[in-house]
Design a protein. Structure first.
Length: 376
């Protein structure tokens, strides 16, 4: 009788132990499930610092976390361990003007170790300060969904600077367009039909090339590389001007960089003054004209016209005249002569905006801002 009682008790103990284990494991989400965030995009909702949350999207790319704000897209590296999202580096953002205060606050809240809480398709992130960020999954936007539209990150022209572990000895270019990749090799150019996703490029048809003779073996390697499925990431989160492409098997990589914008020459340009000063003490000034001819600068002040000779060299110029030669009508203002003198000297730096409409001239601590002038 005692043996039967003991056996029954032991059997009940085993059954109770199994049931309790089952209940415990069912109430927890396994740590590995948190890595299922990778490849998905979420919209920020119920974020207390934001008035309109739908404009913020957070994408967990394979090697990069991407945050889409009102105007800019910001990226950084991340890892998911256990139930924590680790963001140890600041986001690096594009520089389109201007995101609001809410977006800037969101960037600050997404730092450090954030606890991950999953509630169905909703994910809640809690940062070290206790601030919560609620994310709702956007369906059908995983990295496997391909589209003809080229992602913002890839837009523009690129230089191919390395393939595998070798720097390239020749210059090759690549442009990512909607539904198409265009390669510029040693001699020929090639067009490849392609589709894109948040971190992938998929060639649809092998590249068709012009048939001028003859491209190098290295060129053929470059072409072969782009004729296959690729993954892409920013090489360095602090430098969005470099992108790494890898084959799906991860064995070969190509590094791209945006070409350095060509510096516009100041020769044969005309400008009208806007402001003058040092640092924060810039102030608007009168409308004075300056024309940079070949070897000569012409000033049109309040009353007088002046000229000096100069030499121009890669973003800076040097006035070679001992002083300005001016007409002698009376009398120019002190402001206009200060403007003229700020543009005369040695190794004066200048920078023309990419659209060619603005000119900034720097002499020591003095800065002169000018706008393009089309007059006589």
């Amino acid at each position: 009788m005692h043996k039967i009682t003991f056996s029954c008790f032991f059997l009940l103990l085993i059954l109770f132990s199994c049931d309790s284990t089952k209940i415990d494991s069912g109430s927890q989400t396994p740590a590995d499930n948190y890595k299922s965030l990778i490849g998905k995009t979420y919209v920020v909702q119920n974020y207390s610092a934001a008035d309109n949350n739908s404009k913020y999207e957070l994408s967990f790319l394979r090697e990069m976390l991407s945050l889409k704000l009102d105007k800019n897209t910001c990226k950084t590296t991340y890892s998911i361990e256990n139930k924590e999202l680790n963001i140890n580096n600041p986001f690096n953002c594009t520089k389109v003007c201007c995101d609001g205060k809410n977006g800037q606050q969101l960037l600050q809240d997404l730092q450090g170790k954030l606890n991950i809480i999953r509630e169905g398709t909703t994910v809640i992130l809690r940062n070290p300060n206790g601030k919560t960020i609620e994310l709702a999954e956007i369906k059908n936007t995983s990295s496997n969904d391909l589209t003809a539209t080229v992602p913002e990150l890839l837009k523009d022209n690129w230089e191919i600077i390395a393939i595998g572990d070798q720097d390239l000895t020749s210059q090759y270019g690549v442009a990512f367009n909607n539904n198409q990749i265009v390669l510029q090799l040693n001699v020929n150019s090639c067009s490849i039909n392609a589709l894109y996703s948040a971190d992938k490029i998929a060639a649809q048809v092998r590249g068709a090339c012009t048939e001028a003779c003859c491209d190098s073996e290295q060129s053929n390697k470059v072409l072969s590389f782009f004729n296959q499925p690729l993954n892409y990431t920013i090489t360095d989160p602090t430098d969005p001007n470099k992108v790494r492409l890898t084959c799906d098997n991860g064995q070969i990589k190509v590094v791209l960089k945006r070409p350095t914008p060509k510096r516009m020459s100041i020769v044969n340009t005309k400008w009208s003054s806007v402001s003058f000063g040092m640092g924060a003490n810039m102030k608007k000034i009168g409308d004075y004209k300056v024309e940079f001819k070949e070897g000569q600068i012409k000033f049109k002040l309040d009353v007088n016209n002046c000229t000096v000779n100069y030499t121009n060299d890669k973003g800076q110029y040097t006035v070679t005249s001992k002083g300005p030669a001016c007409t002698r009508a009376c009398c120019d203002s002190e402001e206009s002569t200060k403007f003229r003198d700020a543009l005369i000297g040695k190794d004066i730096k200048y920078e023309i905006s990419q659209e060619g409409q603005k000119l900034v001239i720097t002499k020591g601590e003095n800065v002169v801002q000018l706008r393009k002038w089309d007059g006589q």
